[in-house]
Design a protein around this ligand. Structure first.
Ligand code: ZN
Length: 148
């Protein structure tokens, strides 16, 4: 999650409002920022999801503000882990908190999924699958990185 800025400083996780084409506002976008030179970039892990969301917003032609954490389950877990981490200080590493948060959210969604399946509610099942997707993508990528 950490990377170095061009100036050699460590970049920190943060969240900010990103505006595209003066029209589409996406708030709480996870970014990496450098305090020294105020450079920032979108967190690589969510770049693809952000691009997809922007395409979807353009498609719908709706301007206005969207909370990225409302539409992306991984960003939501990332955001709440970040807030917990800021509050509790250095008791736990951020990565540990995030991992724990992802596991809990995945289990919660899987429980919901089995409810939806029992109810044979395919619309609900699809909705849960699409909420699970960014989380499982992240978990998979993390495992990839760890085994390398
Ligand atoms: Zn810098």
């Amino acid at each position: 999650m950490r990377r170095l800025c061009g100036c050699g400083q460590k970049m920190d996780l943060g969240f900010r409002l990103v505006i595209f084409e003066n029209k589409f506002q996406i708030d709480r976008v996870p970014i990496l920022e450098c305090e020294d030179c105020e450079y920032y970039e979108v967190l690589p892990a969510i770049k693809c999801d952000l691009t997809n969301l922007l395409a979807q917003l353009k498609d719908e032609g709706k301007g206005g503000r969207v909370l990225f954490t409302d539409v992306n389950e991984f960003a939501d877990v990332l955001y709440s882990s970040y807030l917990t981490w800021k509050r509790t200080g250095d008791n736990q590493s951020f990565e540990e908190l995030l991992e724990q948060g992802c596991d809990e959210r995945i289990n919660m969604l899987l429980d919901l999924y089995s409810c939806a399946k029992k109810a044979s509610d395919s619309k609900w099942m699809n909705e849960i699958s699409s909420r699970l997707a960014p989380l499982s993508k992240y978990v998979k990528e993390r495992q990839c990185l760890e085994t390398k």
